[in-house]
Design a protein around this ligand. Structure first.
Ligand code: NAD
Length: 492
């Protein structure tokens, strides 16, 4: 069935209130933040600007609900979380629409990627929770020791704007599954789907106070949440700069456990022994420019063996020309708008610095569709980039790809590891020995081989070095939101 997104867009009512203790509400002081559409620059809505007192109310609600939620049988929590996933599925189109309205990505992607990943994530953790057992320790016969997994209490979740729903689900679902209650602070650039999600949880029968959403700025609502003494774990996804502050807030307050999922500057290493350069170019461009280049794991540095560099670059340019940029509600558009004007100017400033540092821009790098009023950028490729340039070291978080040439395998590994980031990496090679050798030497949380972006809920996602310390997804994520308790019994 063909969906008329423009029509749906016209009819949708936007809600920008907090969701605390099962109810939508304004901020205590009534203040709001005005948000513009990334798609056409028009005013979208004024949404609630939460501050410390709003966070206090949400933490109180979560704290009260903890007794009820954590004492439910795991099978009951599973049933409620499965209900929740089903209700998200029934509201899939509205949520996809809200995601696109908020941050500008093509609506077909919101629907097929973001919504499916979100639903699947809730189902995965719902199904996991009544299948995980405690442990019995191998003690002497006159004692009995067992180890149980317990929820921590109130969990704080602070997320960015690039995948608002998926980032929220990756933290919310495992935290709820083990019995915690949660206060979510969505990005001030994209609050709409988190608000809707919390309302749907209520419809699914999840008790009041189990999921609370407080909108607002990072330095107000975010800081208050991260400093709160009754928040026991904080799951954070965002920039390195804010991740550092989050660690400081923990030490200034109650030493809450902090899990940081931060930025990246991922490299793909293209060796001259792979048989299909066209496939490589398609893979790299697809992953790099997906979501307008606003992905933490985007392969923004291509390290290529110098003897095949010219040929690969030609193919990269050819593939990049095929990306159609424009109205994210239109079915034939592959790239939509970037999140807002400020972020667009931030990306353009990196493009400027690439020129200034002597890199050569082969394609793109300009704002287009200005007449729409929205924020659209042509995907760009820079050649002759060196690792001392800003565009090679810093996370741009936009559709800008840098190409760097290497002579030897050792040099390629050294270049790949020469940033402070360590989120993901890729290798293209047909030499099985080289693949294993290089994969073990790359400093990254995930190494992709002969593809990029291979992923599902069963594998951990996170980085090393300044890309963070946490791991979202997979059963490992449950460890972040639970404590192990040992109970040792003397037998007479
Ligand atoms: P950001 O760090 O500016 O903001 C992230 C969140 O933190 C927002 O909700 C913001 O309001 C909040 N915040 C800001 N200042 C705060 C403060 N002082 N105290 C508490 N909270 C505060 O990042 P962003 O621009 O929203 O997102 C882009 C970044 O997120 C990129 O660096 C990207 O790589 C990273 N990211 C990482 C992953 C991952 O899994 N590793 C996934 C997606 C995005």
């Amino acid at each position: 069935m063909l969906i008329n997104w423009h029509q749906l867009r016209k009819n949708i009512q936007l809600n920008g209130q907090h969701f605390i203790n099962g109810k939508s509400c304004d901020s205590h002081d009534g203040s709001t933040i005005s948000k513009k559409s990334p798609i056409d620059g028009s005013w979208l809505l004024d949404f609630a600007r939460g501050k410390k007192s709003d966070i206090d109310s949400a933490v109180d609600a979560a704290d009260n609900a903890f007794q009820i939620w954590s004492n439910l049988q795991p099978s009951k929590r599973k049933e409620l979380l499965l209900n929740f996933a089903n209700i998200i599925e029934q509201n899939k189109e509205e949520l996809a629409l809200l995601e696109t309205i908020d941050m500008g990505k093509p609506v077909q992607e919101s629907l097929s990627v973001d919504l499916n990943a979100t639903i699947n994530c809730f189902r995965y953790y719902a199904e996991a929770i009544d299948k995980i057992y405690g442990e019995v320790a191998p003690t002497a016969n006159n004692s009995f020791a067992y180890i149980v997994r317990e929820p921590v209490g109130v969990v704080g979740v602070i997320v960015p704007w690039n995948y608002p729903l998926i980032m929220t689900a990756w933290k919310l679902a495992p935290a709820l599954a083990v019995g915690n209650t949660v206060v979510v602070k969505p990005s001030e650039r994209s609050p709409l789907t988190a608000i809707k999600l919390a309302k749907l949880a209520s419809e699914a029968g999840i008790p009041d106070g189990v999921i609370n959403v407080v909108c607002g700025y990072g330095h107000e609502a975010g800081e208050a949440l991260a400093l709160h003494d009754r928040v026991r774990v904080l799951g954070f996804t965002g920039s390195v700069a804010v991740g550092k502050k989050i660690l400081a807030y923990s030490s200034q307050s109650n030493l809450k456990h902090v899990y940081n999922e931060l930025g990246g500057k991922s490299a793909v290493l293209v060796f001259n022994d792979y048989h299909d350069l066209d496939n490589i170019a398609r893979g790299i461009c697809g992953s790099m420019f997906y979501n307008q280049g606003q992905s933490c794991n985007a392969p923004s540095r291509v390290l290529v063996s110098e003897d095949i560099a010219d040929e690969l670059i030609q193919l990269l340019v050819q593939k990049t020309k095929q990306f159609k940029v424009g109205d994210p509600f239109s079915a034939d558009k592959v790239l939509g708008a970037v999140v807002d004007e400020k972020h667009m100017n931030h990306i353009l400033s990196y493009i400027e610095s690439g020129y200034k540092d002597g890199a050569k821009c082969l394609i793109g790098g300009k704002q287009i569709n200005q007449e729409s009023g929205g924020y659209y950028l042509e995907p760009a490729i820079f050649d002759h980039v060196t690792m001392d340039m800003k565009i090679a070291q810093e996370e741009i978080f936009g559709p800008v790809l840098s190409v760097i040439r290497f002579k030897t395998e050792e040099e390629a590994i050294k270049l790949a590891n020469s940033t402070e980031f360590g989120l993901q990496a890729g290798i293209w090679s047909n030499d099985i020995n080289r693949v294993h050798r290089v994969a073990r030497k790359l400093q990254a949380g995930t190494v992709h081989v002969n593809q990029y972006d291979g992923d599902n809920i069963t594998v951990p996602f996170g980085g090393v070095k300044q890309s963070g310390n946490g791991r979202d997804k997979s059963l490992h994520a449950l460890d972040k939101y639970s404590e192990l308790k040992t109970i040792w019994i003397q037998i007479d």
